[in-house]
Design a protein around this ligand. Sequence first.
Ligand code: HGA
Length: 642
Amino acid sequence: MCGIVAAVGTQDILPVLVEGLRRLEYRGYDSAGVALVEAPGVLGRTREVGKVAALEAALASRPLSGRSGIAHTRWATHGAPSQDNAHPHVSGKIAVVHNGIIENHGVLRERLESAGYRFDSQTDTEVIAHLIDKELMAANDLTEAVARAADQLDGAYAMGVIHADDPERMIGMRQGSPLVVGIGEQGHYLGSDPLALLSVTDRFIYLEDGDLVVATHGHCRVHGLASASVREGVPVTGGDAPEAGEARQDSDRVRVERPVVRYEHDDQAIDKGEFPHYMLKEIHEQPLAVANTLEGRLGEDEVLVDALGDAAQALLGATRQIHLVACGTSYHAALVARYWLEELAGVPCQVEVASEYRYRRVVAPEGTLFVTLSQSGETADTLAAMRHALSADAATGESPYLGSLAICNVPGSSLAREATLTLLTHAGPEIGVASTKAFTTQLTALMLLTLAQRQVRGGEAGLTARLVRRLRYLPTVLGDALALDGVTADLVDRFRDREHSLFLGRGAHFPIALEGALKLKEISYIHAEAFAAGELKHGPLALIAEGMPVVAVAPMDGLVGKLASNLQEVRARGGRVLAFADPDTGLASAEGLEVVWVPAVCRFLAPIVYSLPLQFLSYHVAVARGTDVDKPRNLAKSVTVE
Ligand code: HGA
């Protein structure tokens, strides 16, 4: 998704902006641009379609410099990827970068056109620039003008704004899309996520919805909506005189103090190191990532429920059923967890994609816990679903839910801040668009949740203890499974020239088949469908033709015999089966069937281990087909628009 970087400092900030854009490249984008106040009254802007490298080349031939500026990588929602549609957008002396969607851009555009504004792009963003310009004529103050413009916008946005006559000031604002403020020695910064700014600071303010920040190189003031501040009990420190060069606050906002949070990071985590792609590096990081998810959360024979958060005992103790809501890969993790939660903890469980959940009336019986999953903690649909779930019901005046639990990877993200309880996955930064370690660490966190739920419900302790011991051993098994890297690299010929494929699994491995198919289509662009193998004869068998690649997930569980029969049906029709299997299954390579052994693992943890060969397979097929593995076409990492 779009990435924002902005800076105001004591020296030329172009290098900071370009480095920030490079660090945001992983999010997926189609064009990039930058605007700086080069001298009082002079805005310099450069925009290019394509990669940040193209922008850098343009800047090399026509350099820009200045002490305040904004920059952007765009993932088009309104208007095709083009130079005219690339951000920053300019109106008069104002330049704006924006992440999100302005839903009422049509009416605003008409209104602005009748007021004499000419549009140079098809974007919704350009209305923001013109609106601010128009409001500035009435308000005569940039902060006030931004706030007044924002009041007219419906939808989601994070934005950065500069003004040619005000080289010392930058303004940021968020409503529904993420934005952080970086506090540095040499200035202040804005970023869509902290990763963009780690070269200049590790101290951040995570803005809340409605927050407007005004920053010079030496000062940074956050103005929050008065009602929100009171509701959240945030101390209001307004009333002091504005700093020189700082505008007075707008009427509906008050000065608020937001905590400054230190971002713990390891610079190697955002470096590809010896690997050709982030995705391959992140697949190999899974033993460590899963060990980090487990760290401090396992006792001798049980999950340390209190280590899951202060509210965990009370919340899980009162839970009678669970609604799991997520998108994409996280949704697949939730589907696996349904099998675990119902079998191991006896908790009724419902799973739904967030984009559907948020637009229907859901009946949540008393004692329902709302659980969300999102790598970034900023996934727009998931966040909106959680807000919808926790908002008051019109009839009762209360949320029908007991509370919420967010499983995510980014501390300080919106989901982490707003949920009643947060279970961080500690996977480290995930840069590849196709999620790998975020998925297996989510599964690990969900197993911790399952066992915690089993414990608080008084489930038989022997099985809990055995599973805890196996969980502790899981990083070692995942380490063994890394050997499948080379094995799967030798299998790509089956897929390289194919346009269609099927994935099959049963039980908790059906969602793993779904995830395997998603991975393959995301990065190799081969059409891949997944089915619960028992469903084959109810339709999908019609797709099987000579040579059709069919991937089967075949660990040692009670359903493997049934799965073997399903595979016979495929082979009898000319399909070529590739089965990832446990040696104890008795499956053996034969005509139309190639079996690849996966390290032995107990059936409950097998979904985590069997994810690895499927990730490796997609990776190697994508490399063989020459696609852009880390940044597949049309996709973005942190899906912050609806
Ligand atoms: N709507 C804007 C910004 C898109 C965006 O935030 N993508 O992640 C545009 O289309 O330019």
